[in-house]
Design a protein around this ligand. Structure first.
Ligand SMILES: Cc1ncc(C[n+]2csc(CCOP(=O)(O)OP(=O)(O)O)c2C)c(N)n1
Ligand SMILES: [Mg+2]
Length: 566
């Protein structure tokens, strides 16, 4: 028997599959993998030790997958989760599905029982690839050790084909453990196995969009998640300022314009879109969040820019569609327009003033509610306090139903990349894993996470992982002892009597849970105590949960207007 310690993963000049995995990940620039152990995958850990890749071991595979999704969002590099065969892989399905709908590039590596025992009823054997196919951009089995690194290169390339998304590879145990001659294995070189193209699409379309905007009197632009994905914030702000176009943001596009910026707007979107003559939709599909495009004015010219050809023109006719890198496209349009004698920006001054006035009117109207001293605490007051509490480098994460929907209209991050929500899959439980990835990869930033009392426990045991890895964050539970967003719809549809079914929860003292795991915890029932409690959580330097008891009878307009119940 050879000594493991003397030659980890290598027999003579040979190399094992797990070490090939680690080399391929290293070449992609992966610094961390999120994982939960299992006998099928341990050789990957051994390889990671050699390559200096950090292992963050969590308590549930869903958390590993969401954290890899979060890592991708935070770093701009693909995230990686490694899970064992069978239940390890099925536990990660929700995380992959969320990354798929959110267009987040990540690789999930799953174990599998040995190829030599396939279909014999091996421990934890399941058809993972078939399970993963509909929710990934690429899912495959690695059938030989020599191909491991090459297949990982393939999987990463597929993650970036069009709009990004997840890939899945299963590596059978015997393929992973086998020792092979490294000369017979292609190990793709860093930076040499994927293109770096940031396409502007068809140059004629750039000119057409510049023409449209130069002539527009009341244009508006909506910046969605892809503007962050492609790191296009600087191009977007230059575009808006140079052409004098008011900008609205959603998803991870929030924060592209800092608070108080002359060209960033939040409250007046409906007003602006109803009156606009040109609307440019960037990096966000016409899905349920946009009323499938049907709510957009029939009179406006609609322009859509997206990384995915399949998204443009879907659900609603458009006047112009551009496919490529949204940041590169906006930069090219701005340049094309500034080449004209007059880019029309002066003519749009009154339009911006009109929107600013509307914005102020709406703000003023709702201010009393935001500052409400009511007891039980109104969720808007909680959101107001959180918004005031955020610093220029606070990352805000929302993980819950109605309370998070309230926060969408109130909380504004100060910078791009500082808003995280699950995305269009609406997955409850992303909070702790997103906080984990965020704090781990940018320790200089603060993480503030608002949870629903229903959402938090779905992945809440990984609060322990936050403690173990010393990842402080300010956690807030908006506690209404209910799955309130759903409760609203049930009561609306079935009445008070029959509407309170399967949506009520116990009064849980989440502050005690935090303390039990070595974190900081406090409960708040008085609105005036929210801010001081948040400050103490910040000062504690620990993972924290401030358990804020909020009014279960208050519902956000986003919830009461949901078309699902109409
Ligand atoms: C994993 C998952 N399960 C169920 C749902 C359906 N759902 C959407 S909102 C909601 C209620 C969330 O309750 P809570 O987190 O307490 O927030 P609240 O609405 O009470 O503010 C539920 C169950 C979902 N989106 N995701
Ligand atoms: Mg709740």
């Amino acid at each position: 028997m050879e000594s493991k310690a003397a030659a980890p993963g290598a027999a003579g000049d040979k190399i094992s599959g797990g070490h090939l995995v680690a080399k391929a990940l290293k070449n992609e620039g992966v610094e961390v993998i999120f994982t939960l152990c299992g006998g099928h995958i341990i050789d990957i850990y051994d390889g990671c030790l050699d390559e200096g890749i950090k292992l963050v071991d969590v308590r549930h595979e869903q958390v590993a997958a969401h954290a890899a999704d979060g890592y991708a969002r935070v770093t701009g590099k693909p995230g990686v989760a490694v899970v064992t065969a069978g239940p390890g892989t099925t536990d990660a399905v929700t995380g992959i599905a969320n990354a798929f709908r959110a267009e987040s590039p990540m690789l999930l590596i799953g174990g599998q029982s040995a190829l030599t025992q396939q279909h014999q009823g091996g421990l934890q054997e399941l058809p993972h690839v078939e399970l993963m196919k509909p929710i990934t951009k690429f899912a495959a089995q690695v059938a030989s050790t020599e191909r491991i690194a090459d297949m990982i290169g393939n999987a990463f390339r597929e993650c970036y084909n069009g709009a990004p998304g997840p890939s899945f590879l299963e590596i059978p145990r015997d393929v992973l453990d086998k020792q092979v001659d490294p000369a017979k294995s292609r190990i793709p070189s860093p930076g040499h196995y994927r293109s770096s193209t940031k396409s502007i699409g068809d140059p004629d379309d750039i000119q057409k969009l510049a023409d449209l905007l130069v002539a527009a009197e009341r244009p508006a632009i909506l910046l969605g998640t892809q503007i962050w994905t492609c790191r296009g914030a600087a191009s977007a702000t230059r575009f808006a300022k140079s052409l004098n176009v008011p900008a609205f943001m959603n998803g991870a596009g929030r924060g592209t314009f800092p608070r108080g910026d002359s060209h960033g707007f939040q409250q007046s979107r409906k007003y602006a879109f109803d009156k606009a003559d040109v609307i440019v939709i960037v990096g966000t599909p016409f899905d349920f969040r946009m009323g499938y495009g049907q709510r957009l004015s029939k009179k406006a010219k609609i322009v859509q820019i997206d990384m995915d050809y399949r998204t443009v023109g879907k659900n609603r006719d458009i006047d112009l569609g551009l496919v490529g890198d949204p940041g590169a496209i906006l930069a090219a349009v701005e340049q094309a327009a500034s080449g004209r004698r007059d880019n029309g920006s002066a003519r749009r001054k009154a339009w911006l003033q009109e929107l600013r006035a509307e914005e102020g009117r709406i703000e003023e109207e709702r201010l009393p509610k935001l500052r409400s001293d009511a007891k039980p605490i109104h969720p808007l007051r909680l959101c107001y306090e959180i918004n005031e509490f955020l610093t220029p480098t606070s990352v805000y994460i929302g993980d819950g139903g109605d309370v998070v929907t309230f926060s969408g209209g109130v909380v504004q991050p100060h910078q791009p990349g500082q808003w995280m929500d699950p995305g269009p899959l609406g997955t409850l439980g992303v909070g702790v894993p997103f906080a984990m990835a965020s704090k781990l990869m940018q320790p200089q930033k603060e993480v503030v996470c608002l949870f629903g009392d229903g959402a938090f426990p779905l992945t809440g045991w990984d609060f322990d992982t936050m403690v173990r890895f010393k990842l402080p964050f300010v956690g807030i539970v908006g506690n209404n002892s209910a799955w309130n967003q759903i409760r609203y719809g049930q009561i609306a549809k079935y009445g008070k009597e029959r509407g309170g079914v399967a949506n009520l929860l116990s009064d849980v003292n989440f502050e005690e849970f935090a303390k039990m795991l070595g974190g900081y915890g406090e409960a708040v029932r008085d609105p005036k105590q929210i801010r001081p409690a948040l400050e103490r959580a910040r000062a504690s330097g620990k993972p924290s949960l401030i358990n804020v008891w909020i009014d279960p009878e208050a519902y956000s307009p986003g919830t009461t207007n949901q078309t699902m119940y109409k």
